[in-house]
Design a protein around this ligand. Structure first.
Ligand SMILES: Cc1ncc(C[n+]2csc(CCOP(=O)(O)OP(=O)(O)O)c2C)c(N)n1
Ligand SMILES: [Mg+2]
Length: 659
């Protein structure tokens, strides 16, 4: 039974303030404890959680007997056991508790699982809420459907082990750890009603990119943007050992988060019923706090950067799993990370332990004889598009408003004779970007992402119409800085790239401008994004999303000001070797630029013309074959041939004078 719906606009802040003040003062470092859930609701939410955990384990282990209607036998077990159990109970807990509040306050929430290796957890929940079957009708809500759900997991021709593009409701894969907060902030920009619940693994929190991404909150404007709710999933362990945060006190974690602009709320425990109660109360308090911050800023105008809430959830890794296997502790340790009982097919004791473990969830109570999730539990799911598996922001092409682009030819320069005029191509581009900002101001769906180089890249014309964004104190000497600027300058290529990924995956548009050498900092992110897009091509319900655009400046061959230290053409090398689309694009771009040069004989810096690479969601990722590679490689560099005749008089162009 759901609780009665409440309007999110009318949430009173007093309750949240009263409750959170306890945690503010450190009175209760364990956060808010209460009996928030009625016994009936508690029992139902726990049933959902048990069902999700059960389906998780089924995906890892079973290829027959999905409801355990008969005793478990070797032939029911998959020949190769793959998957990650350890993170899953926590991910499942968070999912069902978010569902409760979506229903109660009609919230628009996207769920991002930083530990994307918990793919089966998200799949399980999306299946329980009914979305999975709508997207994949052969995975029915019955015994056969459940079996297919189990068999397809991590199986050739099936679905990947991680959260992936076939997972409804996802735009964050989490295979390469570290990017969840960046993607979450990117999704939240210009999406005022959206809350992104971003689960951060405590191992993931050790990565450079994740550690460097808490600062995203300093770019969130509560008037125009949505909110990111970080949930640090402190299960204490990574693959093979403890996490750094796992061995730190609440106080240190609280201080760390406070330094980044968050107020930490802690929930800790291993007794499921108590954790349900505590988590329900605390999650509700933080959601109310978010709404309170937003309502206040939208009603009374922006005053100062709010202190946003962040949740810290300390529960055992592999919670509710086998406690001891072969004499070694498993639940609550790193041994629970993947497959806690690894030799089930060969070892009768393991088989027995698996059966006992699976039966602790009481599948017969959760699913009817036909394998359908019982209606009294299924009704906990939000309705329609409010289901996190069906949130349109996570299929951003559905929401895309096309960018209104001016004609690029309007920005060309009239040069009568080759080699007689000196211009900077990116200065022209800056004017075009300025006009893109103007033309799309109403849609508020375009941003420029740049690691502190908008001016040095000669794109400064954009500051005629917008500013750099920083949601902090502003002082008089600031240059084009405001709380609502659309130029996202953060000296972190990772954040720029990750924010833009989140932004385009939710259907908006942007450009990432960076020196070529430092684009390599995000080589791997570019690859991950490209793979995601490629996979989407095979999923009919995934709508194409806007391209992720790069402007590479200060290119290797023209980098005499900064010299050797700034020379690193590897980014293009990396993309060209893998993406047919990039090869095609560079080739045609090369041809186009050559044609332009012939026509206008103007772009004296055509070279550095800043190679613009477009990943388009509807293109194909292919492994490079060598001849194509070499050919496109040549064309990539062909466009950097200087066209100026007298190089001795080169000016202070964009490729020459970066700070
Ligand atoms: C960048 C990166 N490095 C290494 C890995 C390999 N890896 C996969 S899971 C994992 C441990 C993650 O631990 P944590 O974030 O705490 O997740 P959880 O405990 O919830 O499973 C590691 C190191 C990875 N996926 N990505
Ligand atoms: Mg962990």
């Amino acid at each position: 039974m759901n609780e009665p719906a409440k309007s999110s606009s009318g949430i009173a802040g007093s309750q949240a303030r009263r409750k959170t003040s306890a945690s503010n003062k450190g009175v209760s470092s364990r956060g808010i404890s209460s009996n928030q859930l009625s016994p009936e609701l508690l029992q139902k939410m726990d049933a959902w959680w048990r069902a999700a955990n059960y389906l998780n384990i089924g995906q890892i282990y079973l290829m027959a007997n999905p409801l355990l209607k008969e005793p478990l036998k070797t032939e029911h077990i998959k020949p190769r056991l793959l998957g990650h159990w350890g993170t899953s109970p926590g991910l499942n807990l968070i999912y069902v508790h978010l569902n409760r509040l979506i229903n109660k306050y009609d919230l628009d929430i996207v769920y991002m699982a930083g530990p994307g290796h918990g793919g089966p957890a998200i799949v399980a929940n999306v299946y329980l809420e009914g979305t999975y079957t709508e997207y994949f009708p052969n995975i029915r809500q019955d015994e056969q459907g459940m079996l297919k759900l189990f068999r397809q997991f991590s199986t050739p021709g099936g679905i990947p082990s991680h959260v992936s593009s076939p997972t409804p409701g996802s735009i964050h894969e989490g295979g390469e750890l570290g990017y969840v907060l960046m993607h979450a902030f990117g999704a939240a920009f210009d999406n005022p009603e959206l809350i992104v619940a971003a689960v951060v693994g405590d191992g993931e929190a050790e990565t450079g990119p994740l550690e460097g991404s808490w600062k995203g909150v300093k770019f969130i404007n509560p008037v125009r943007d949505g909110a990111v709710l970080p949930i640090l999933h402190l299960n204490g362990y990574k693959i093979a050992g403890p996490t750094v945060w796992g061995r730190e006190s609440d106080e240190h974690i609280r201080d760390f988060l406070a330094g980044h602009g968050y107020e930490a709320f802690f929930v800790e425990g291993s007794d499921p019923m108590q954790v349900h109660q505590d988590f329900a109360a605390t999650l509700e308090a933080v959601i109310l706090r978010i709404r309170e911050i937003q309502t206040d800023a939208r009603k009374h105008g922006f005053k100062e950067r709010p202190v946003w809430p962040a949740l810290v959830l300390r529960t055992p890794k592999g919670w509710t799993g086998p406690k001891v296997v072969d004499g070694l502790p498993v639940e609550g340790t790193f041994r629970a990370h993947q497959v806690p009982l690894a030799n089930v097919r060969d070892n009768p004791t393991h088989l027995k332990l698996l059966e006992e473990w699976m039966r602790t969830y009481k599948p017969e109570e959760l699913f009817d004889q036909n394998g359908r999730f019982r209606a009294e539990y299924a009704e906990l799911a939000p309705k329609g598009r409010r289901r996190m598996g069906d949130n349109p922001h996570a299929n951003g092409g559905l929401l895309e408003v096309p960018l209104d682009l001016p004609d690029f030819a309007d920005y060309s320069l009239d040069v009568k004779k080759p080699g007689t005029a000196r211009h900077e191509s990116t200065r022209q581009l800056g004017q075009m970007l300025r006009d893109i900002f103007k033309k799309n101001a109403k849609s508020a769906n375009f941003r420029l992402f740049c690691p502190d180089e908008t001016n040095s890249n000669r794109l400064g014309a954009v500051f005629e119409v917008t500013n750099r964004c920083l949601v902090s104190k502003l002082i008089e000497i600031d240059d084009h800085l405001s709380h609502d600027g659309r130029v996202m300058e953060v000296l972190s290529e990772h954040n720029c790239h990750g924010w833009l990924e989140g932004y385009v995956l939710t259907g908006r548009h942007g450009l990432f401008a960076t020196y070529e050498a430092f684009a390599m900092v995000v080589d791997s992110m570019a690859m991950q994004h490209a793979k995601w897009l490629e996979h989407c091509l095979h999923i009919p319900w995934r709508k194409p999303v806007p391209s992720l655009n790069y402007l590479l400046t200060s290119t290797c061959w023209r980098n005499d000001h900064n010299g050797f230290s700034h020379q690193g053409p590897g980014f293009i090398d990396n993309l060209v070797s893998k993406l047919q689309d990039v090869r095609n694009h560079l080739q045609s771009e090369g041809e186009r630029i050559r044609a332009e040069i012939a026509r206008y004989t103007a772009l004296t810096e055509a070279a550095s013309a800043s190679v613009k690479i477009i990943f388009d969601a509807v293109r194909v990722w292919r492994k490079a074959d060598h001849s194509a590679h070499n050919q496109s490689h040549a064309s990539a560099f062909a466009i950097t041939d200087p066209v100026i005749e007298d190089a001795s008089d080169w000016g202070d162009g964009p490729s020459r004078s970066f700070g």
